[in-house]
Design a protein around this ligand. Structure first.
Ligand code: NAD
Length: 250
């Protein structure tokens, strides 16, 4: 029996990086998976899984898209048990006065409002079916200060606090809400940045990661699986660093 046998899971940002690994892992663990992304790459991820998956185009910053992806989960698979609000982007690193208002709005819309919308409509679906588990992808940058990441860090700190408060609101309605806080993980988001051009194992993370290496998307998927599964049945309101000891050392 898989750890998500019989469950219906929806993952945003499922087209690449951590979201892709979550979709593949959750399916291997028995879940039916809705793969949501705005990139188009969700189609090949769902195709690789096969009948247990469906792809949907969704921009998590748009209410209509979020409502549509939740409705698809219910229509195709009958309900929603697990929601991973994982879609996000960094927005580039720069001192605060060099960050533009347009970029600020975009970073908050995707990283923070996107999680709000996912939870708002996902929780409605879970209340309809009697419960569920939500995992939000925050960041180590939402737990500690991170130079040149003030706008992104503010959005991710918002995700952490929204996770904690919402967890209290639904704790007695059988909905658990937790966050994972990745440190430095080798994904498209990082690879796109020229300063990190050398791939692992040669590349070293630029900051003080205690384990001295990048995290892998599969390691983040494993943490999300644990929090999404019944193994975490007494865990809610947690913001779990998955960061090779980065936050512990700061
Ligand atoms: P990634 O770029 O490989 O994957 C992110 C996915 O999200 C992409 O497929 C992208 O198309 C999708 N996406 C972005 N904006 C979207 C939107 N508005 N609607 C729908 N889909 C959207 O990056 P990743 O590293 O796997 O990122 C996953 C999450 O982890 C993000 O929330 C990111 O902020 C967070 N994170 C990453 C790191 C890291 O080191 N990689 C560290 C901390 C937090």
């Amino acid at each position: 029996m898989g750890r998500l046998a019989g469950k219906v899971a929806l993952i945003t940002g499922a087209g690449s990086g951590m979201g892709k690994e979550m979709a593949l892992l959750f399916a291997r663990e028995g879940a039916q998976v809705v793969c949501a992304d705005r990139s188009g790459m969700q189609d090949s991820v769902a195709a690789a899984i096969g009948e247990a998956a469906v792809a949907v185009h969704a921009d998590v910053a748009l209410s209509a898209d979020v409502q549509n992806m939740i409705k698809l989960a219910e229509q195709r698979f009958g309900r929603l048990d697990v929601l991973v609000n994982n879609a996000g982007f960094g927005g580039g690193m720069a001192p605060l006065h060099e960050q533009t208002e347009a970029l600020y709005d975009d970073v908050q819309a995707v990283n923070l409002k996107g999680v709000f919308l996912g939870m708002k409509y996902g929780i409605e679906a879970m209340l309809r079916s009697g419960g569920g588990a939500i995992v939000n992808t925050a960041s180590a940058a939402g737990l500690i200060g991170w130079k040149n990441h003030s706008v992104y860090g503010a959005a991710k700190a918002g995700v952490v606090q929204m996770t904690r408060s919402a967890a209290l609101e639904y704790a007695q309605q059988n909905i658990r809400i937790n966050a994972i806080c990745p440190g430095m993980v080798w994904t498209g988001l990082v690879k796109a940045s020229a300063i990190h051009a050398t791939p692992p194992p040669d590349a070293r993370p630029p900051f003080g990661v205690a384990m001295g290496r990048w995290g892998l998307a599969t390691e983040l998927a494993a943490a999300a699986l644990f929090l999404a599964s019944d193994e975490a049945s007494y865990i809610t309101g947690v913001a779990l660093p998955v960061d090779g000891g980065y936050v512990a050392g700061h």
